[in-house]
Design a protein around this ligand. Sequence first.
Ligand SMILES: *Cc1c(COP(=O)(O)O)cnc(C)c1O
Ligand code: SF4
Length: 367
Amino acid sequence: MEEEWQQILKRSLKSPEEIARFFNLSVEKVRKVARHFRVQITPYYASLIKSEGDPIYRQVVPDERELEESDGAADPLSEDADSPVPSIVHRYPDRVLFLVSHLCASYCRFCTRKRKVGDPHKIHPRYIEDGLDYIRNHSEVRDVIVSGGDPLMLGDRKLESILKSLREIPHVEILRIGTRIPCYLPQRVTPKLVAMLKKYHPLYVNVHFNHPDEITPEAARALALLADAGIPLGNQTVLLRGVNDDPTVMKKLMHKLLTVRVRPYYIYQADYVKGTAHLRTTVEKGMEIMDALRGWTSGLAVPYFVIDAPGGGGKIPILPSYIHSISDEQVVLRNYAGELFVYPQVKEKPAKPSHVPPCYGYPIPSV
Ligand SMILES: *Cc1c(COP(=O)(O)O)cnc(C)c1O
Ligand code: SF4
């Protein structure tokens, strides 16, 4: 019989001693890093590492550069300011993040929520009732993104009780789950889990893959179970130095995701998180990658590239510029291959030109 996911999770590398021995690092240094942000790597994910410092390794193996905290913020997205109760982040008009678990199967060294994730006091089961009450009392919330930590770290029964309570709220139209489990611990996705999930449709699942080597046969099996249950799958990727900051790698990842029925949704510029400077890239790198995708491959393989703005501005889409110039007579456009084309404007103008984008004249904030 195959090993149960709980057993696999139990065999994770987590004590500083184990981690140091396995990766040939100094125990002292691992201990220091682990005091700042929890370290854990499932045996399955560790088995995908081919060599020291490779794209899989860099995402989960502690690095002493994480202790350099001069650059970055603890709460770069100012989520705490938009938190009416500890388990809710309510930033946008009609949807909320609902943090239901502080645990992840492995801990991403670049995690935006490292100030909270892994800490049972910051994301605690006792806050779940408060979160449900908040959503019940806010009839504008039509979309709930169940997140954490990783919601699939909860047992089936606990997760079901949350989904069931959310489904009973009349104004909640859609449910979403954000999870990295299909990447870190695909064995957690069982027929029993998906049979439960499909009772709560319309339910969307957003997964998190950052490198083509993560799309293994095990991950493909987990994603197929979810897709076969009628769950639309999206993917969120974080742009990371030495992991996927290369148009060829990123294109391959997007293509592999589509073969396992996952639609690329977002590529995130790495957040301005303390202790992650060694994993961040320039914004131009992301624009270069978008330029290498759009037009060159299926539109389905092209996600939005966004910066989650420091200070709580939310996700802002970044596009390489396709408008070369614009006047009352014509728009000069650049296509994907860099060639210019002219689109003549309509002759009869509306009374007042409404085009000018609302992006000039605001004061520039400091971070
Ligand atoms: C990302 C995010 C959402 C969801 O955004 P979509 O663009 O609808 O996927 C909602 N709330 C917060 C606080 C977020 O960070
Ligand atoms: S899976 Fe998500 S919440 Fe968990 S450590 Fe990674 S980025 Fe953070």
